[in-house]
Write a protein that binds this ligand. Structure first.
Ligand code: CA
Length: 367
């Protein structure tokens, strides 16, 4: 019940009379603040190598934000891929409470259900700006929560790669024919599209990519963009670097939180965790946007990488295949269908706006 202004006045005078020692006493009598004397120690497991530029450092940044924003009441320790659990087991580890938080990409979990794919990357789907709009204001987050609740998890967007590159190849891509027989690391729906174009998609954790490409276990790979790809050394194993990243136009990097652990937190710490994810989401996108062109210049000028655009004809065919693939997976389970409907409706609406805002402006700027 709110205190009357008279009551406030009386209390202020009372406190003044008693002096500071009384205030200290009142603080002691207040209900215990969770984590104030004994910090909660949380583990954050990631699908990336520890400290890896962009992704691993994104996880570090998130852990640091939660630790600092909570005044040390939650102390988050980061475990890179393989340190506590392997890269592709982080989801199950957090689901069963082995760790409190995970940092990955939702398409890694497509084996658990097709709906997952919409929360990481949809080929020819949404840009970073648009996907955040869908999640935060277009109904996407409620659907994501509905899906992850089945696994006792709470999801959050905690990073975005921005528009990726199409990937690294050792042969030129002049037509769809050139994708035939290509063994390429390309996860999620993009992989399914490649399969329909005649290629063989595989998924390999980031930490193993370079060796796989160099040894010829795979012929090609997509990974992220210039800044992160340069750090992984992919230019040492392939000479053509293609754009644009049709398969991942604005991939969400997720954080998922063990639901019982989250629900045990008082409201303020719950908000700290969620707000830290939002801050990390913005931070990663800004960092990659700032660093990509510089890294691209290094790749092209120092390492003599050949930068190439996928031909329009190839893109058009990939787009047609993508629409097919996405519609089919949506028909496979009811929740995927529900997410697809929301995603499709939002993409159509936001595309119209993007066309006369960002797209029209970018065109104007290049005139
Ligand atoms: Ca990628």
């Amino acid at each position: 019940m709110p205190m009357s202004s008279g009551g406030k006045m009386q209390r202020r005078q009372f406190v003044k009379r008693l002096g500071l020692s009384a205030l200290a006493g009142a603080a002691l009598a207040a209900p215990a603040v969770v984590g104030a004397d004994r910090p909660l120690r949380w583990k954050l497991v990631t699908a990336w190598p520890r400290n890896f530029p962009g992704l691993g450092t994104g996880a570090n940044r998130l852990a640091q934000l939660i630790t600092e924003m909570s005044g040390g009441r939650i102390r988050v320790r980061v475990f890179g891929a393989g340190e506590l659990v392997p890269a592709f087991e982080v989801f199950d580890a957090v689901s069963r409470g082995t760790a409190e938080m995970g940092h990955a990409g939702a398409y890694y979990w497509k084996g658990k259900g097709e709906a997952f794919q919409f929360f990481s990357a949809v080929p020819f789907g949404l840009t970073a700006e648009e996907v955040n709009a869908w999640l935060y204001y277009g109904g996407g987050m409620a659907l994501w929560r509905e899906l992850y609740a089945r696994f006792d998890l709470i999801p959050a967007a905690a990073g975005n790669t921005g528009t990726q590159m199409a990937g690294w190849f050792n042969r030129e891509i002049r037509s769809l024919e050139d994708l035939k027989g290509l063994k390429m690391r390309i996860p999620g729906l993009g992989g399914e599209v490649l399969k329909r174009a005649g290629g063989t998609p595989v998924n390999i954790p980031g930490g193993e990519l370079f060796t796989a490409l160099q040894s010829g276990t795979i012929d090609a790979t997509e990974w992220v963009g210039p800044y992160i790809d340069l750090a992984f050394g992919l230019h040492k194993a392939a000479k053509y670097y293609y754009y644009p990243g049709w398969q991942e136009p604005g991939s969400v990097i997720e954080c998922f939180i063990n639901r019982p652990a989250f629900e045990r937190l008082p409201k303020d710490l719950q908000q700290v965790v969620l707000a830290a994810c939002q801050a990390a989401n913005l931070d990663m996108q800004a960092e990659l946007t700032a660093r990509n062109q510089q890294a691209l210049e290094t790749l092209v000028n120092q390492h003599k990488v050949q930068l190439k655009a996928l031909p329009d004809e190839v893109l058009k065919k990939l787009k047609a295949l993508s629409e097919e693939v996405v519609a089919e997976i949506a028909a496979q389970d009811p929740l995927a269908g529900k997410v697809y409907e929301s995603f499709r409706r939002f993409r159509s609406q936001v595309s119209a706006w993007s066309a006369i805002s960002t797209q029209a402006f970018l065109r104007a700027r290049s005139l």
